[in-house]
Write a protein that binds this ligand. Structure first.
Ligand code: ARG
Length: 455
């Protein structure tokens, strides 16, 4: 019982299982670096403000540096009896430098301490997630740049709709990733404020300098309400909702890659490095990576729901429930980083089978809308044009022909507005390049977009 930093009030030791049940050290040890970083800034501030002596501050900081080295060298064994990373480090500090180590916690509580730790940690992780997002964005842009002449079928309802440039399809995912980046940048700015100084919940009686500590730790400011500061986990929820949307995007791309690498589509070939074989069927090359990313989307959604449910209806301020914020957050970070890292490389190395895409694009009457638009330009109201082309397509189906294979007489049997120049409108290139307005799939429009992105 004497090992407990809070043992004073207690007469009986904690039940062994309760100790294990309430401890978070098994997972919150991942915060050690940020805990030490926050403690060093706090100790230095205490010294500057004359709340502890400069000499005490110096000893505390030196002790914390040693502990950091100990942890990194695997020399510190964490103890469940010490509950969490904060008390493990503080107890070790006192063990190392004696009673003076006990001055570190002046003007601070574990409640504002854990709040600062998670923010410092999340800020670092957000920066590496941003890095991975930018790599994926670059891979998508590179694929778009390198395959500007590849035409593929565009789908709605997974039925062939209109031909599009493969580059346009890649840039659609670039748009999603760009929005994910913007969401992440936004939420980072919102949580990058420093909660230290909130104390347990009401603030502190000591003459601390919060602004100075915030500046040392790279925060843009300080939290404005102590109750909120120790009980707010919005930032973790925001991160997990960012992550949920990102994983939703990756799961859509995954699904397409899985379809496209099937023998039935045969649009792309994923590098061997991202696939595995079957233990029984020798011909198999399975797209495991996109399948797993699609699958992992579920756990990220689950983590978001866990956090929302965890925080629901909690009274102010800190509640022990909130210790449960860490595992869902950590798992989300690990999953998102892993998925992004592997995706950036997989997209970069993906082989595009442009000829197969083109053959598929030419099937399915993908230029039917172009014939309708043609009739409209010749004066037919769109509804009637739709009817004309509907009949034309039915004729094609019954006679096993594609639209560009119809003779002029056949075309004219549906509308005498159609003349020889129809053949200039029904090729894949003509169909794609006719869609030039900003955001369309015409080669000019896509090239414009690419040069805008290069700037
Ligand atoms: N391990 C705790 C957590 O992660 C730290 C804060 C504990 N504060 C308290 N008063 N029990 O939430």
């Amino acid at each position: 019982m004497s090992t407990k930093l809070w043992g004073g009030r207690f007469t009986q030791p904690t039940d062994q299982f309760v100790e294990e049940f309430t401890a978070s050290i098994t997972f919150d040890q991942r915060l050690y670096r940020y805990d030490i970083q926050g403690s060093k800034a706090h100790a230095e501030m205490l010294g500057r403000q004359g709340i502890i002596t400069h000499e005490d501050a110096r000893q505390i900081i030196a002790g914390l540096d040693e502990i950091l080295a100990d942890i990194e060298a695997g020399r510190l064994e964490f103890s469940v009896a010490l509950e969490d990373i904060h008390m493990n480090i503080e107890a070790r500090l006192i063990e190392k430098i004696g009673a003076v180590g006990g001055r570190l916690h002046t003007g601070r509580s574990r409640n504002d301490q854990v709040a600062v730790d998670i923010r410092l940690y999340l800020r670092d992780e957000v920066d590496s997630v941003l890095e991975y997002l930018r790599q994926l964005e670059t891979s998508l842009i590179r694929q778009a740049e390198n395959h500007l002449d590849v035409i593929m079928p565009g789908y709605t309802h997974l039925q062939t709709a209109q031909p599009v440039l493969f580059s346009h399809h890649m840039l659609a995912y670039r748009e999603m990733i760009a929005r994910d980046i913007s969401r992440l940048v936004d939420l980072r700015a919102r949580f990058n404020v420093m909660p230290l100084g909130a104390g347990a919940l009401a603030g502190t009686t000591f003459n601390i300098d919060r602004e100075w500590v915030a500046e040392q730790l790279g925060f843009s400011g300080v939290t404005r309400n102590s109750l909120d500061a120790v009980s707010d986990r919005d930032f973790a929820i925001e991160f997990c909702s960012f992550a949920g949307i990102l994983m939703m995007h990756l799961s859509r791309l995954s699904e397409e890659l899985i379809l496209w690498s099937s023998a039935d589509f045969d649009f792309v070939e994923l590098s061997d490095a991202f696939c595995t074989g079957s233990s029984i069927m020798p011909q198999k090359k399975n797209p495991d990576v996109p399948e797993l990313v699609r699958g992992k989307t579920g756990r990220v959604y689950g983590n978001l729901i866990s956090l929302l449910t965890l925080m629901k209806a909690l009274p102010l301020a800190y509640n022990k429930d909130m210790q449960e914020d860490k595992e869902p957050l950590f798992d989300t970070i690990d999953t998102v980083k892993g998925s992004l890292k592997i995706f950036a490389d997989m997209i970069a190395q993906m082989k595009i089978k442009g000829d197969n895409m083109r053959i598929a694009a030419a099937r399915g009457f993908s230029t039917a809308t172009d014939v309708a638009d043609y009739c409209v330009r010749k004066g037919l109201p769109f509804r009637q044009a739709h009817e004309v082309v509907g009949k034309t397509v039915r004729y094609c189906v019954e006679n096993n022909k594609q639209i560009p294979e119809l003779t002029l007489d056949e075309f004219r049997s549906f509308s005498d507005l159609i003349t020889e120049d129809i053949y200039d409108f029904v090729t894949l290139e003509a169909s794609v390049n006719a869609r030039k307005a900003t955001g369309g799939t015409a080669r000019d429009a896509v090239e414009n977009e690419l040069s805008r992105l290069r700037k």
